[in-house]
Design a protein around this ligand. Sequence first.
Ligand code: ZN
Ligand code: ZN
Ligand code: ZN
Length: 271
Amino acid sequence: MRITFLGTGTSHGIPVIGCSCPVCQSTDIHDKRYRASIMVEDGDTTIVIDTGYEFRLAAVRAGLKKLDAVLYTHSHSDHIMGLDDLRVFTKEKSLPVYGSKKTLDHIRKVFDYAFSTHDWPHECVDKEEEDAIRELKKHNYGLPLLSANVVNPYEKFRVGSLEIEAIPAMHGLMEVFGYRIGPFVYITDVSLLDEKALMAIKGCDTLVLGALRERQHPTHFTFKEAEEVARLSGCRVCYFTHINHETSYEEIMRRYCPLCMSSYDNLVLEV
Ligand SMILES: [Zn+2]
Ligand SMILES: [Zn+2]
Ligand SMILES: [Zn+2]
């Protein structure tokens, strides 16, 4: 299974607009971060977790050609606003998206038009228009066409060759989903994992955890908190993601290696 980090930054991305701090001004490519998202490939199966603002840019950069499903962690805008660009994958058939009921309900509110087939708004005036409309209709008028699949906490489901388990976690007061895919676990935007969730990630090989910065935050783990979870999980290696501009890639590597590392955009892992 191959994991590609499409984005590893917090909601602002890095550089932050107009910011002149050292990390935003850094020339190290590891300090350029799109909004957090990953691509998982296994044989013929390709999935993406979250589609933030830079989904199109990241997908082009990573060479994404086919997509079997999208898993959503939650519906904050930095995780969903690239959704419209999924339409290139829905020309022939709808694309399944997975998430909790709450997450999918909210996404459906924001992208109402992406979950249903459409009809032409007026009667066709002649045969020529009718033919043109029929042709357009085949591709749902160029709109994305997604099918919503509600997943419950700890439910296991399959996409192609991948068996996936939804792991609930708290992001402040909001429940989000992380996902376990065999030896790999991805949980971002998290400030608390309960005992049951910890058991569910126990013994994984590679853990990707949202870790915002050194200072405390009400809805995200600090690096230290994430490191502690990594230790409790018994993982071989943990990559921080959803990182903000207060700490450079190089500083994180210096402070938290070897158990924890900083992910970076375009990092590819074989798990
Ligand atoms: Zn986020
Ligand atoms: Zn900055
Ligand atoms: Zn969030």
